[in-house]
Design a binder for this molecule. Structure first.
Ligand SMILES: Nc1nc2c(ncn2[C@@H]2O[C@H](COP(=O)(O)OP(=O)(O)OP(=O)(O)O)[C@@H](O)[C@H]2O)c(=O)[nH]1
Ligand SMILES: [Mg+2]
Length: 339
């Protein structure tokens, strides 16, 4: 039924172990996009226009997550408790972008975010590899307090950084298509490190040391098709990392990270739409360059981009230009691949 006019989505894979905040990031990204897109005349809707029920499904899921997240900032007591539960099965979230003030049939760019249980990076790694190979963008979600606190004492265990680096390098080397890729390091739960001027530098330094092998490898000629950026996201706002309780159990130390609430009991994500700005800038640049250099076969969603009217292109471009470039935001490599 989809026939020739099938709208191929632009694919984005989430990456990170269980509990780092992948689903939360998707939830707040959607929440903040609404306010961010107005100025650039873009409209963000949920769902894939050609998959019946996908809008309802994405909406329902995000709404539930939003309610649960709300409870994290609104719960009684000094420390933040609760939040959303783990993802039990793989889920695709669809967002589509169109020009504001156009009818439903006007041009659209469809984004497909692949979410799944974080435990899969160990238990079902081949599936995770396939998701990454198949996507143009990977969002590596990083739990920031374990990355930074006590010089990253709990980084390897909380962020499973060794496994994650192996998976990424494998996926990128095994892919022979040479398509352009964007890797987004997304440190989340980083409110505490963005309160005082210059503390944010710790985030970049810690990522550069915590993912040293990966970043060094990506700098080789083999990966000239890969661009990498850091976009810190204050996922919930008003909840700050406080301290680590080290619980001894069967001779092992299990860390519990405690977060304290500010006196503002509201969900206030900050910069959650930034990854999306980078993604759209990258996607548009890829499509426009492919058109110029006739690399059409590399960009399978590109034919649909061709169908985008000039207004939508301009709106996307404008939105992409809103990418932050300092205050913790860093282009690690491949700046020329970004919009
Ligand atoms: N304090 C604090 N907690 C957060 C933040 N973001 C997420 N959480 C909580 O961390 C827990 C894990 O978040 P999820 O988004 O479910 O993590 P996930 O990566 O999707 O985990 P899996 O689905 O199991 O792979 C939830 O209880 C969230 O409410 C944050 O910014 N601050
Ligand atoms: Mg999840």
């Amino acid at each position: 039924m989809l026939g020739q006019k099938e709208l191929k989505p632009f694919k984005i894979a989430m990456l990170g172990p269980t509990g780092v905040g992948k689903t939360t990031l998707l939830t707040v990204m959607r929440k903040q996009m609404n306010s961010a897109v107005d100025v650039s005349q873009l409209k963000l809707d949920t769902g894939h226009p050609q998959i019946p029920g996908s809008a309802f499904e994405t909406d329902q899921l995000l709404q539930k997550c939003l309610e649960d997240l709300d409870q994290l900032v609104k719960s009684k007591g000094y420390y933040a408790q609760g939040g959303i539960g783990g993802t039990g099965e793989p889920k695709k979230f669809y967002f589509n972008l169109s020009k504001l003030k156009k009818n439903a049939s006007s041009a659209k760019l469809v984004l497909e975010f692949q979410d799944y249980p974080g435990g899969w990076i160990e238990k079902n790694a081949s599936q995770v590899l396939d998701y990454i190979k198949d996507s143009s963008v990977t969002i590596l979600v990083i739990d920031t307090p374990p990355l930074i606190h006590k010089k990253g004492k709990y980084h390897v265990s909380a962020n499973k950084s060794e496994i994650v680096q192996q998976i990424l390098l494998r996926a990128y080397s095994e892919d022979n298509s040479n398509k352009r890729r964007l890797l987004i390091f997304a440190p989340v739960k980083c409110e505490k490190y963005l309160q005082k001027a210059n503390e944010y530098r710790q985030i970049e330094q810690s990522i550069r040391s915590g993912y040293k092998d990966l970043i060094e490898s990506l700098n080789s000629e083999e990966f000239s098709n890969v661009s990498a950026v850091i976009t810190p996201v204050q996922t919930v706002g008003n909840v700050l990392f406080s301290y680590v309780e080290e619980i001894e159990e069967n001779g092992k130390t299990i860390p519990k990270f405690w977060y304290e609430k500010t006196n503002k009991h509201e969900l206030a994500p900050y910069d959650a739409e930034q990854p999306l700005r980078y993604i759209l800038g990258f996607a548009l640049k890829d499509a426009l360059d492919a058109k110029r250099t006739q690399r059409i076969e590399l960009v399978n969603w590109f034919r649909d981009m061709l169908g985008l009217d000039d207004d939508l292109k301009t709106a996307l471009q404008k939105f992409g230009e809103g990418c932050k470039k300092d205050g913790g935001f860093v282009v690690i490599k491949g700046g020329h691949l970004l919009g």
